[in-house]
Design a protein around this ligand. Structure first.
Ligand SMILES: NC(=O)C1=CN([C@@H]2O[C@H](COP(=O)(O)OP(=O)(O)OC[C@H]3O[C@@H](n4cnc5c(N)ncnc54)[C@H](O)[C@@H]3O)[C@@H](O)[C@H]2O)C=CC1
Ligand SMILES: CC(=O)C(C)=O
Length: 260
C-alpha cells in the first residue's frame, strides 16, 4: 500500500497554493509535516489544517534562497518532529517579461529562489539523511515550463529546466546513499501564481484579464484547470515507498499539455 504514515516531510512554499495542497494530502496520508514559507501567518493557518488530520506539524519561517536558513529549517524539522524522511522543494516564483526587458536583477532574484533554493534543499536534506543513516526522498518543483520554454515566461522556464538538471545530477550523486531525487512538473494550476501571471500578461500585452488563463486552460486535453490536489497526488506517490525504484525523473502532471 502507498504510504507515508509516520514519515517526517518538510515542504517549502507551504503557506498557500500547491505547497499547502501537498501538506494537506500528505497529512491525510499520515505524515508529520514541517511547513516552511516566508510568511508566518499563512503557515499558522495551514498548520491548524494539517493538525486536523491527527498528525504532528511544525512551522519555520525561512527564505529558500538563503542556504543557512534552509539548513536551519531541516534541523528544526528533525528536532521538532523526531526524524527526517522527505523534502519537497516546492517554493518558487514566476516572472512574466519579454526576454528583451529582463535585467540582471531579475535574473538574480528568480534564479536565487527557484534554482538556488532547490539546491540548498537538496544539500540540506541529503546531509541530514546521511547523518541519520537512512534513505530519503528529495522531490523538486519543476513545471511544464521545465520541458518547453514558454514565451514571456522565458527566464522562469530556464529556472525550471535548471531544476530538472539538478534533479538528474543529484539522483546520480546520491543513489549510492539510498536517496532518490525526482521532480514534479505541473501544468496550469489555479493558484495565486496564475492570477499574477494572467494580470502581468494583461498589463504587458493588453489581453483582457482572465483571457490568458482561459487560453491556456482551453488547451488542456482533459478540459479543466489543474488543482493543487492533482499535483499533490503525484507528490504523495513520489514521497511513498511505492516510488523507491524511480530516481532522476521529472514527471509531467498537466492533464495533457506537454507530451514527452
Ligand atoms: N501554479 C502553477 O500553475 C504552477 C506552479 N508550479 C510551481 O509550483 C510551485 C508552487 O507554485 P504555486 O503554489 O502555484 O505558487 P504560489 O505563488 O501560490 O505559492 C508559492 C509559495 O511559496 C512561497 N515563497 C515564495 N518565495 C519564497 C522564498 N524565497 N522562500 C520561502 N517561500 C517562498 C510564497 O510565500 C508562497 O506561499 C512553484 O515552484 C511553481 O513554480 C509549476 C507549474 C505550474
Ligand atoms: C506557472 C507555470 O509553471 C506555468 C507554465 O504555468
Amino acid at each position: 500500500m502507498m504510504s507515508v504514515k509516520g514519515k517526517v516531510v518538510l515542504i517549502t512554499g507551504a503557506g498557500q497554493g500547491i505547497g499547502r495542497g501537498i501538506a494537506l494530502r500528505l497529512a491525510k496520508d499520515g505524515a508529520n509535516i514541517a511547513l516552511v514559507d516566508l510568511r508566518a501567518e499563512q503557515l499558522e493557518g495551514v498548520k491548524k489544517e494539517v493538525e486536523a488530520f491527527g498528525v504532528k506539524a511544525t512551522t519555520f519561517v525561512a527564505d529558500v534562497s538563503k542556504q543557512d536558513q534552509v539548513k536551519a529549517a531541516v534541523d528544526h524539522a528533525e528536532k521538532e518532529l523526531g526524524g527526517f524522511d522527505v523534502i519537497v522543494n516546492n517554493a518558487g516564483i514566476a516572472q512574466v517579461k519579454p526576454l528583451a526587458d529582463v535585467t540582471p536583477e531579475d535574473m538574480d532574484r528568480i534564479f536565487r529562489i527557484n534554482v538556488d533554493g532547490v539546491l540548498w534543499g537538496i544539500q540540506a536534506a541529503a546531509a541530514k539523511f546521511k547523518a541519520l543513516g537512512h534513505k530519503g526522498k528529495i522531490i523538486n518543483a519543476s513545471s511544464i515550463a521545465g520541458h518547453d520554454g514558454f514565451a514571456m515566461l522565458g527566464v522562469y522556464s530556464a529556472t525550471k529546466f535548471a531544476v530538472r538538471a539538478l534533479t538528474q545530477a543529484a539522483a546520480k550523486e546520491y543513489a549510492s546513499a539510498g536517496i532518490t531525487v525526482n521532480a514534479y512538473c505541473p501544468g496550469i494550476v489555479g493558484t495565486s501564481m496564475w492570477v499574477e501571471i494572467d494580470e502581468r500578461f494583461a498589463e504587458i500585452t493588453g489581453t483582457p484579464k482572465g483571457e490568458t488563463y482561459k487560453k491556456y486552460v482551453d488547451g488542456i486535453a482533459l478540459g479543466r484547470a489543474q488543482t493543487p490536489e492533482d499535483v499533490a497526488a503525484l507528490v504523495a506517490f513520489l514521497a511513498s515507498d511505492d516510488s523507491d525504484y524511480i530516481t532522476g525523473q521529472a514527471i509531467l502532471t498537466d492533464g495533457g499539455i506537454v507530451y514527452r
